[in-house]
Design a protein. Structure first.
Length: 431
């Protein structure tokens, strides 16, 4: 095993980068950065029927938006099929795997029979004793699982978990069509990439004892494992679309800042005293699995919205102007390519950011700075736009139109006029 800490984020490209996957990537990234290790991006695309290049690009786009940079990769498993087959041949030659000639129909019949007898379905190992290949007959390759004793997983988050080996199946590692299976290829990749720590969701806990035995079959010390508890929705069920957006890039489109989302995700299961808001460097400095909880975290959209507003409020105006510009264009307040002076836009942002929770809200509030004609709410207009006030505003418009040097000293009326103007406007509004 490598002396340097090496971790990997290994998403399956069967969908966009979602909240749970992003948190897993983040915890791996923080651990690697905290301990000066290597963070590897690996695309697990062996499910060729569901994996797409578009989803791979979407995952990479999400990682880049969150600023989770990687040291190596992205590697694709579909580029390594020849490597996996060589590892299969090695196990066959060493008697640690065997060819299984059972058909899918036979296996299904036995599975149904086991269920009818009240037993847990498990392959009965009837092909274990076949030592010579059977010509012209289709076969899969199964791994010989130990049938006695226990396997102990010393999890960095959950502690010790014990598995009975006699409950483990002789799993298929190479299908009859020649394609390798998930639990096998991830181990081969981890060995080749010298992965030292595996941090992933706790839905993989039951895969771990099978994988541990494959590591050992190749004479490789298994990595250390840490299984993160799942993220729940507000109703305490597993987070899904019914709880709101789950795709990372959906939050970008809704006007969230990447650092705000990162800050929120890390707090779903990790803490550092009572601190709520962290810089990226503070997260790297403070991160430790000692402070990762073992209980499921609850996703709270309102908390994320509040956190995003804090980041907007504390982002320098110049940077915030750059961030909000695409949303202003999308809203149609500015035409593509006809951008305003960014120094002016930064000043406009300063007047509005404290009341904006997202970049979408900030862009909408800038409408009155950017368009000539605006719609006035009927009720508000009836309440505040009295004839006296309209007359004063018309005079103000005429006065401002004639000013060439549009600066505060030039705009400000004489001090002797201010009380009278303010009094007339207030009287008009309160009439």
């Amino acid at each position: 095993m490598s002396d340097t800490v090496r971790v990997r984020f290994a998403p399956s490209p069967t969908g966009h980068l979602h909240i749970g996957g992003a948190r897993t990537a983040l915890f791996n990234w923080l651990f690697a950065r905290h301990i000066n290790g290597a963070f590897i991006l690996r695309i697990e695309d062996t499910d060729t029927s569901r994996s797409t290049d578009d989803y791979i690009e979407a995952i990479i786009e999400g990682m880049k938006w969150l600023n989770l940079d990687w040291n190596e990769g992205p590697f694709r498993q579909t580029d390594r099929f020849d490597v996996y087959r060589k590892y299969v041949e090695r196990l066959l030659a060493e008697g640690k795997a065997y060819r299984c000639y059972c058909t899918a129909e036979e296996l299904e019949h036995r599975r149904q029979q086991a269920l009818a007898d009240g037993k847990t379905p498990k392959y009965d190992g009837r092909c274990r004793s076949i030592t010579e290949p059977m010509p012209n007959k289709s076969f899969a390759v199964r791994f010989k699982m130990p049938q006695e004793g226990t396997t102990v997983l010393n999890d960095m988050i959950k502690g010790a978990i014990v598995f009975e080996n006699n409950l483990l199946d002789d799993m298929i590692i190479l299908r009859s069509d020649g394609t390798p299976t998930y639990n096998f290829v991830v181990v081969v990749d981890d060995i080749d990439m010298k992965i030292t720590h595996i941090i992933r969701g706790d839905d993989h806990v039951n895969n771990t004892p099978k994988q541990i035995h494959i590591y050992k079959a190749f004479g490789w010390e298994p990595p250390q494992f840490g299984h993160l508890p799942m993220i729940l929705g507000s109703d305490k069920s597993r987070l899904s679309k019914r709880h709101g957006a789950t795709s990372v890039m959906a939050y970008k489109d809704m006007g969230y800042l990447p650092d705000a989302l990162v800050n929120y995700l890390v707090r779903l299961g990790w803490s550092y005293g009572d601190q709520e808001i962290f810089t990226r460097q503070e997260l790297i400095n403070y991160f430790s699995f000692d402070n990762v909880g073992s209980s499921a975290a609850v996703f709270n959209p309102e908390k994320l919205l509040w956190l995003n507003s804090q980041y907007i409020m504390n982002t320098p105006a110049e940077a915030l102007a750059e961030m909000v510009l695409p949303f202003v264009v999308k809203a149609g307040f500015i035409r593509e390519g006809q951008y305003p002076n960014m120094q002016w836009l930064s000043k406009a942002v300063l007047t509005l950011r404290e009341r904006s929770r997202t970049l979408v809200e900030l862009a909408q509030s800038m409408k009155y700075y950017l368009v000539d004609e605006v719609e006035i709410d009927q009720k508000a207009g009836d309440k505040f736009l009295k004839p006296e006030g309209i007359a004063l505003l018309a005079d103000l418009k005429d006065a401002l139109t004639g000013i060439e040097d549009f600066t505060v000293p030039e705009i400000m009326p004489p001090a002797s006029v201010m009380p009278r103007c303010n009094g007339q406007l207030m009287a008009s509004a309160n009439a």
